[in-house]
Design a protein around this ligand. Structure first.
Ligand code: ZN
Ligand code: ZN
Length: 600
């Protein structure tokens, strides 16, 4: 026995959980060989929330299999089998694993000729160690899902079946985790996006190439108009540049050297090579460089809602949150000096705060992402620039009074940045947008401006996003609102429901008045029952239903229902119209229309 008794309590929570999860994977494999003796075993590591194990099996797994396996695992746990490590020679190990091609494949990676195996009960696995003492120390767990996974993660290898398990120290933690998973599933933007017909992905268009359907395009258009207006008010100049450029533009910027793998392949015509841009910075630099610049023009803020292209692996693209073609709410601010950078970055942070507050987003933090002076390969080697840039951003964050934390080794290759870190519905931390200070690209492109005293000087660039990409922002908002968008963003803001055919004319009259105020309204003139129509509108998450029957026609009023099931009663139509316009224009996060008006 190589592994001595381990006192779990003396370990950190992280180490303890890793041992428990790793041990549970062994027990899962044990149960699997009992279920299907011909199972070929892959690997079974611990992960953040539990463990998994990969198998090649004679048939696809079912939910019943999971239940059966879980039951067998509990039996093994009840027996408190000790985990015993033993050493064999390479030859013995090869004999032991002769029928297990994946284990033989793993053996090739092991340099040491003493091979360790772990046995509990009658089950043995190839293993380096790191267990609990016996199966009885495996706490609350649950087999959660089945997925496909290539052996060693590459498509050239066979596809295996992966079983995921969740494992926590207490039943309460496990329950909380399951609740959060259910919540994430309910909020999943891919599901809601399909239900509400916001976007779709088509095989022939390609993975990661999002198609925005009319409803999703409406939300996106509202966001784009809004942010453009906010930027124009703040002195940004909006431009439109092509998504393609010659290869040399991206060679000069350094993107080609650092990003080639993440770019679409080059296109060649008439002896020239072209690329789909992975970023917009070089295009905006061309605009800066297109004329001689004076200090009077700085800061020069160039903005664009611009298409970018990144070659994400097909296995990694997902819904709208990981895509290959995206539209970034991008801007580059050319500054004369560090002081100007500070004031511009301050302005960017304040704009962010305004925008996120309007959208009702609260679950985010600012991260100051620093370079790593020891990593000369990943980062541009210019120590002075890093020190200056990092100090500058730290300063601004403190001045604006925003809480933040620092993270080494998270910077862009050319400079430090502020990342806005969001929590997704699934509980993952994601960078939504960044603000970067860049001394590097201005030097690469030899950018200049004429100073007040007539000399040539080099500007400093700030790269920034506010709304992130339209794809990521809309995915985030779908999950944040669970599809219940605030009125100003709703694809359809109200549906008018005539009770009988004789009320259709009145409905059309109201719809025309609403459209005059640019409200997005539909009439449900189908010969369904009123309750059915209300239910359909609620499923589509349309915020307001305006019902019209004889009484309403006569008094020029409507009966108001809400998507949440509220029945607000009857109110004069003009009054409701006014309230709708007010709610939309104020970008209210809640539905505020009140039908019980004093004049009713
Ligand atoms: Zn092990
Ligand atoms: Zn940029």
């Amino acid at each position: 026995m190589l592994e001595s008794q381990v006192d779990l309590k003396s370990l950190s929570r992280e180490d303890r959980l890793a041992r428990m999860r790793h041990s549970a994977a062994h027990v899962l494999a044990e149960a699997m060989v009992e279920l299907m003796p011909e199972a070929e075993l892959g690997i079974g590591p611990p992960i953040d929330t539990g463990f998994y194990y990969d198998f090649r099996l004679p048939r696809p797994l079912t939910q019943e299999d999971l239940a059966w396996l879980e039951d067998r695992m509990r039996q093994s746990i009840a027996k408190r089998h000790a985990f015993n490590m033993a050493q064999t020679t390479r030859a013995e190990a090869e004999k032991l694993w002769e029928k297990q091609i994946f284990k033989l494949d793993l053996l090739k990676d092991i340099e040491d000729d003493n091979i360790t195996q772990c046995t509990h009960g009658t089950f043995t696995d190839l293993c380096r160690g790191g267990h609990v003492n016996h199966t009885g120390e495996i706490p609350a767990f649950k087999l959660t899902s089945i997925a496909g996974a290539y052996w060693r993660g590459t498509e050239k290898n066979p596809m295996l079946q992966r079983i995921y398990g969740a494992l926590f120290e207490t039943a309460k933690e496990l329950e909380e985790y399951e609740k959060q998973q259910e919540e994430a599933k309910r909020r999943d933007h891919r599901k809601i996006g399909r239900d509400l017909k916001l976007f779709d992905l088509y095989g022939d268009v390609g993975p990661g190439h999002v198609v925005w359907l009319p409803n999703g395009a409406t939300i996106r258009r509202e966001l784009m108009r809004w942010i453009e207006d906010l930027e124009l008010e703040r002195g940004y100049q909006h431009v439109i540049t092509p998504a393609v450029a010659k290869r040399q533009l991206y060679e000069k910027s350094g993107h080609f050297a650092h990003y080639q793998d993440a770019m679409y392949p080059l296109m060649e015509r008439e002896g020239e090579e072209y690329c789909l841009r992975p970023m917009n910075c070089p295009h905006h630099i061309m605009i800066y460089q297109g004329e001689q610049r004076s200090y009077r023009e700085l800061p020069l803020r160039i903005a664009e809602l611009a298409n970018m292209h990144r070659w994400e692996k097909s296995g990694q693209v997902s819904g709208m949150s990981r895509v290959r073609i995206m539209t970034l709410n991008d801007a580059h601010i050319f500054c004369a000096d560090a002081k100007m950078v500070e004031s511009e970055v301050g302005g960017v942070l304040r704009l962010m705060e305004d925008v996120y507050a309007t959208l009702g987003l609260k679950d985010y933090t600012y991260r100051l992402s620093l370079g790593d002076p020891d990593d000369k390969e990943k980062y541009v080697d210019n120590p002075e620039m890093w020190v200056q840039g990092e100090a500058l951003l730290r300063n601004v964050l403190q001045q604006v009074g925003l809480p933040f934390y620092e993270a080494k080794g998270e910077a862009a290759f050319y400079g430090p940045k502020i990342d806005v870190q969001f929590k997704t519905a699934a509980g993952k931390d994601e960078t939504l947008v960044t603000v970067q200070v860049d001394f590097h690209l201005p030097a690469q492109f030899e950018l200049e401006y004429i100073t007040e005293s007539g000399e040539r000087a080099r500007p400093i660039m700030v790269h920034r996003g506010i709304l992130s990409t339209m794809e990521r922002m809309v995915a985030l908002l779908i999950e944040e609102y669970e599809g219940n968008f605030p009125l100003w963003l709703c694809p359809v803001q109200a549906v008018i429901i005539p009770i009988a055919d004789r009320h259709i004319e009145y409905a059309e009259e109201l719809a025309a008045l609403m459209k005059k105020h640019k409200l997005r309204v539909e009439i449900d003139g189908r010969s369904e029952r009123m309750n059915g129509k209300i239910r359909d509108a609620q499923l589509k998450k349309i915020p307001y239903m305006l019902v019209a029957g004889d009484r309403e026609v006569e008094s020029k009023s409507v009966a108001v229902r809400t998507r949440g099931g509220g029945n607000l009663g009857t109110a004069p139509f003009d009054d409701v119209l006014q309230q709708l316009v007010q709610e939309r224009d104020s970008k209210s996060l809640t539905l505020n229309v009140k039908a019980a008006s004093p004049t009713a």
